[in-house]
Ligand binder design. Structure first.
Ligand code: NOJ
Length: 557
C-alpha cells in the first residue's frame, strides 16, 4: 500500500505543537498551568490542525532549568497534576486525532535525584557508577561548555563524594553514564513506562551529549554509542510500531545525518533542522534567500521513512551558533540589536513577531515557508497567534510567558495574582490586550486563521511532505521558489523575502497547452505558457502555493 494513503508513517506529514503545561492554562488558580487546563484547551489544538502534541518536561523537578532537571523519570510533578490527569489528557487528545509525545531528558538528572544523592554519599552506593566521576578534572575540562555564561567547567568537585562529576549543562545537572549497562536498561524501562501510558514517542533532549562518552576513563573499550541509540529505537519499535524519537541534534548536516542511522533509518525518526532554521533567519535579514537555498540543497535526504523537523522558534534562545561571526552580527543587527535581546552573544531570546516589527505580511510569509518546505513543522505554543516575548524575564524565560487566551487579566491564563504566575505575561504592543486567541478566532484575517489555512492545505497536499523537492532557478534574487512532486502531482511555491514587490518567472512544467496553476491559498488561477513557464507577481513579502494541473488532470479541491 502507498505510504501516502495510510497513517503508518504519520510523522512524515504531522503538525507538531510544543508546549509547557506550566504556562498553558491554569484551572486551580495557583498561577501555574496544569494538565487539566491543557485538557480543557485541547480543542484549540484540534481546531488548529495539530496532530502531535510535544509536552515539555512534566516530571518532578526543583525547576532550576525549567523542568529539564528531573528528580523522578517515572513521576508527574504534583503541581501540574497526576498520572490520572495525564492519561485522561492522552485519551482526550487521541479522540481529537492528536498523538502525544514527551520530553526524554536522560543525558542528566537533577542533583536532587535520589540516584545522585545516593551516588554522592558513598563509593559503595549502587548508583555511584550511574554518573561519571574523576579524582581530577581532565585538561580539557572547560571545552564545549553549553552555558558559558553560567559555568566555567564541565567538571564539578563534590565535597560529599570527594570526586569531580561530569555535567554537560548546569552543575546541578550531573550527567548519567550511558556506558553503564544498568543506566541503559533503566532508560529503556523509562521509555517502556510512558509508552504503556499511551504516549507515541519522545522528543529526545541533547542527543549528541547523551551519546557522548568523552568522560569515560577507558575510551579504548567503549561500546559504540550509536549502537545504544539503535537499541533504544529497536526497543521503542518493538513496544509500539507507531512511536517516534524526535531528536535534538544541533550539529553540521553531515554529522546530524548519522543520527538517523542506516539507510532504513534505524536510529532517530526525526532530527530538528537547526541549520535550515539559522540560515532562514540570515536570509530574512539579508532579504535574499540565497543562504536558505544553499542549506536546503546541502541538507542530506533523510531515510525514506524518517523526516527533518522544521521550526521557526522553540523554548530556548534562537541559537545562531552555526553562522559565522559576521553572519551572526547581521542577524543581531536586523532582529535583536539591543543587548537585552541577545543571550550572551549566542543567540536571541526573542519570538518572531517582535523581531519582524510585527509585520503581518512578513510573518505570514515565514509560516508559509515553514509549512511548505520539506520537513515536519514544529510549532511552539503561541506562535499561532503571534505572541511576543517578555524581555523583563530572565534569560531564556523571555519566550516562555503564559499563553494568551483572552484580553482579560493575565491573558485569561490564570486567576491568580500577577505576582503568583509561573512566568510573567507579555507587556506592551503584543500583550494579551492586543494578541489573544479569543479575538483571533473571530477575525477571518487573523494570523491564527492564516496558520489554520496553511495547516489544512499542508495536510491535504502530499507533495509537500512526501514529494521530491527542487529549488527552482530564476532571475529574481529576492524570491525563494520550490517545486515538489509526488505520485504524479506537482506543487510550486514562491516566497518573496524583500519589502519590495517582485516578479518571478518559473519553469513549472514541460511544453504543452492548457496547463494551469491553481492557487491553494486564495481564489486565483494562472495560465502556464506553452513553454511551461509561469509568471508570478509577488507583493512585498508575498507568498503563493500553486498546484500545476495538466489538461485531463482531476481537479483536486
Ligand atoms: C536542551 C533543552 O532544550 C534546554 O532547554 C535545556 O536547558 C538543556 N537541554 C538541558 O536539559
Amino acid at each position: 500500500m502507498r505510504l501516502t494513503e495510510t497513517a503508518d508513517v504519520w510523522w512524515k506529514n504531522a503538525v507538531v505543537y510544543c508546549l509547557d503545561i506550566e504556562t498553558f492554562f491554569d484551572t486551580d488558580g495557583d498561577g501555574r498551568g496544569d494538565i487539566r487546563g491543557l485538557s480543557q484547551r485541547i480543542d484549540h489544538l484540534a481546531e488548529l490542525g495539530v496532530t502531535c502534541l510535544w509536552l515539555m518536561p512534566f516530571y518532578p523537578t526543583p525547576d532550576r532549568d525549567d523542568g529539564y532537571d528531573i528528580t523522578d523519570f517515572y513521576g508527574v510533578d504534583p503541581r501540574l497534576g497526576t498520572h490520572g490527569d495525564l492519561v485522561e489528557l492522552i485519551t482526550l487528545a487521541k479522540d481529537r486525532g492528536i498523538r502525544v509525545i514527551a520530553d526524554l531528558v536522560v543525558n542528566h538528572t537533577s542533583d536532587q535525584h535520589p540516584w545522585f544523592q545516593s551516588a554522592r554519599a558513598s563509593r559503595q552506593s549502587p548508583y555511584r557508577d550511574w554518573y561519571v566521576w574523576r579524582d581530577q578534572p581532565p585538561e580539557n575540562a572547560s571545552e564545549g561548555i553549553v552555558f558559558p555564561d553560567q559555568e566555567t567547567s564541565l567538571w564539578q568537585y563534590d565535597e560529599q563524594a570527594g570526586q569531580y562529576y561530569l555535567h554537560r549543562f548546569y552543575k546541578h545537572q550531573p550527567d548519567l553514564d550511558i556506558t553503564n549497562p544498568e543506566v541503559r536498561d533503566e532508560i529503556i524501562r523509562v521509555i517502556g513506562f510512558w509508552l504503556q501510558l499511551g504516549i507515541s514517542g519522545f522528543r529526545v533532549d541533547a542527543v549528541p551529549f547523551l551519546l557522548d562518552t568523552d568522560g569515560a576513563l577507558d575510551p579504548e573499550h567503549l561500546p559504540d554509542p550509536h549502537d545504544y541509540l539503535r537499541d533504544l529505537r529497536a526497543f521503542l519499535s518493538r513496544r509500539s510500531g507507531q512511536a517516534v524519537l524526535l531528536g535534538e541534534v544541533n550539529l553540521p548536516y553531515k554529522e546530524t545525518r548519522q543520527f538517523f542511522g542506516d539507510e532504513d533509518g534505524d536510529e532517530l525518526t526525526m532530527c530538528f533542522d537547526f541549520i535550515g532554521m539559522q540560515k532562514m533567519y540570515l536570509s530574512l535579514a539579508q532579504q535574499d534567500p540565497a543562504e536558505l537555498v544553499k542549506a536546503i540543497r546541502e541538507r542530506p535526504a533523510p531515510p525514506e521513512e524518517a523526516q527533518w523537523g522544521t521550526f521557526v522558534r522553540n523554548h530556548d534562545e534562537l541559537t545562531l551558533d552555526k553562522l559565522t561571526e559576521d553572519e551572526k552580527q547581521e542577524v543581531f543587527a536586523a532582529f535583536g540589536p539591543d543587548e537585552s535581546m541577545q543571550l550572551y552573544g549566542r543567540g536571541l531570546r526573542r519570538r518572531l513577531p517582535p523581531m519582524l516589527g510585527n509585520d503581518q505580511a512578513r510573518l505570514r510569509m515565514v509560516y508559509s515557508l515553514l509549512f511548505s518546505l520539506p520537513g515536519t513543522p514544529v510549532l511552539f505554543y503561541g506562535e499561532e497567534i503571534g505572541m511576543g516575548e517578555n524581555l523583563a524575564a530572565e534569560g531564556r524565560n523571555a519566550v516562555r510567558s503564559p499563553m494568551q487566551w483572552t484580553n482579560s487579566v493575565n491573558g485569561g491564563f490564570s486567576t491568580a495574582d500577577a505576582a503568583e504566575l509561573a512566568a510573567p505575561v507579555v507587556t506592551g504592543d503584543l500583550s494579551p490586550e492586543h494578541v489573544n486567541v479569543a479575538a483571533q478566532r473571530r477575525d477571518p484575517d487573523s494570523l491564527l486563521n492564516w496558520i489554520k489555512l496553511l495547516i489544512q492545505r499542508y495536510r491535504e497536499t502530499p507533495e509537500l511532505s512526501w514529494g521530491d523537492c527542487t529549488v527552482l532557478e530564476h532571475e529574481s534574487p529576492s524570491v525563494f521558489a520550490h517545486l515538489t512532486e509526488c505520485e504524479g502531482g506537482t506543487v510550486v511555491t514562491a516566497h518573496n523575502f524583500s519589502d519590495q514587490p517582485a516578479t518571478v518567472t518559473l519553469a513549472v512544467a514541460g511544453a504543452g497547452v492548457g496547463v494551469r496553476a491553481v492557487d491553494l491559498l486564495q481564489p486565483l488561477e494562472a495560465d502556464v505558457t506553452e513553454d511551461g513557464t509561469l509568471q508570478l507577481e509577488l507583493e512585498p513579502y508575498g507568498c503563493r502555493w500553486l498546484r500545476i494541473l495538466h489538461p485531463g488532470d482531476r481537479y483536486i479541491l
